[in-house]
Design a protein around this ligand. Structure first.
Ligand code: GRG
Length: 296
């Protein structure tokens, strides 16, 4: 029986939570405080959008759950590390994340720095696990894919541009460049790594890549709209931060109505990229709907 999207997503989220609980260093293992802070920053929070994308892409190519779990965990740990570092006083200086005090507030700054470092390296450890693949060259390619998506030509580079853009009048293409890197690169990696867990030919990978680029950017456009329009309790993080920090966003550059139209256009383009893939791509379609229509 095929589950409706919400039931599928909830089942995946709770199953994956148990995987993360097992795979993260246990809280009573030394150094306990660091391990407790790592678990605090990863467990019991977040929408798990990137793991869900990896599961949906992996299911499409007939990959085993065990393999997809490895790439989903790797991507989610990179994401969690980026949130911990982003919240620190030297970057966005925020006190609330996923409805809880941020890592440096609950623990301290040095611990938050080490949590990010440790989550990042653990992510790559997961990608080198022999259970992920019996094809070493494919596995090396997966490590490279995540490294590129996370580093200075990907997420960290996008973050550098973001920090540099405060108070500056960016053009729409400049804003797009920043977000394709800061947010889009990891979303793209989630989809492609999921697909690499099974058999995907070049044409399928290109279609998935196009889908992922569209929803990665749509994710950010929607994030900008929510930052401007939703409240802190709904978001589980401080609302209105972009305006407070004088950051350029799609809402400040285009206005809310045009930003929403842009998200709708990207949503349509993402679905078009999947048009030929039929029923097996249904979860990816539903995730595109979720990303664009979400309220938090
Ligand atoms: C510190 C290298 C480094 C990078 C930070 C991701 C990021 C780059 C900063 C986070 C700031 C931010 C609000 C980015 C906009 C989009 C985004 C990634 C939002 C958070 O992702 P969600 O909504 O979060 O998937 P949850 O908590 O649901 O996992």
């Amino acid at each position: 029986m095929t589950l409706v999207f919400q039931d599928w997503a909830s089942a995946q989220q709770s199953r994956f939570e148990e995987v993360l609980k097992q795979w993260l260093p246990q809280p009573d293992v030394a150094p306990q405080r660091l391990h407790q802070a790592m678990r605090y920053s990863v467990l019991d929070g977040g929408k798990r959008v990137r793991p869900l994308l990896a599961f949906a892409a992996g299911e499409l190519v007939g990959a085993t759950v065990e393999r997809i779990d490895h790439v989903a965990a790797a991507v989610e740990l990179i994401h969690a590390y980026s949130l911990v570092h982003d919240d620190m006083p030297c970057m966005d200086d925020d006190v609330l994340r996923r409805g809880k005090p941020t890592c440096h507030v609950r623990y301290d700054e040095a611990t938050a720095l080490l949590v990010g470092d440790s989550l990042q390296t653990l992510a790559f450890q997961f990608l080198t696990d022999p259970a992920l693949s019996d094809r070493p060259l494919r596995q090396i390619e997966m490590v490279r894919l995540l490294a590129q998506a996370s580093g200075s030509r990907g997420m960290a580079g996008g973050q550098a541009i973001d920090l540099d853009s405060v108070g500056k009048p960016l053009s729409v293409p400049e804003l797009e460049f920043m977000h394709i890197h800061k947010t889009g690169a990891l979303i793209r990696a989630a989809v492609l790594l999921g697909a690499h867990c099974g058999e995907a030919d070049q044409r399928l990978l290109e279609r998935l890549d196009h889908y992922a680029k569209c929803i990665g950017l749509a994710f950010q456009v929607v994030d900008d709209v929510l930052d401007a329009e939703a409240d802190t309790a709904t978001l589980g993080k401080t609302a209105g931060k972009d305006a407070d920090n004088d950051k350029p966003t799609y809402v400040t550059l285009l206005g809310a109505a045009a930003a929403k139209r842009m998200a709708a256009d990207l949503h349509r383009e993402a679905l078009e990229a999947l048009a030929e893939l039929g029923a097996p791509a249904q979860r990816l379609r539903e995730l595109a709907d979720f990303i664009v229509l979400r309220k938090y």
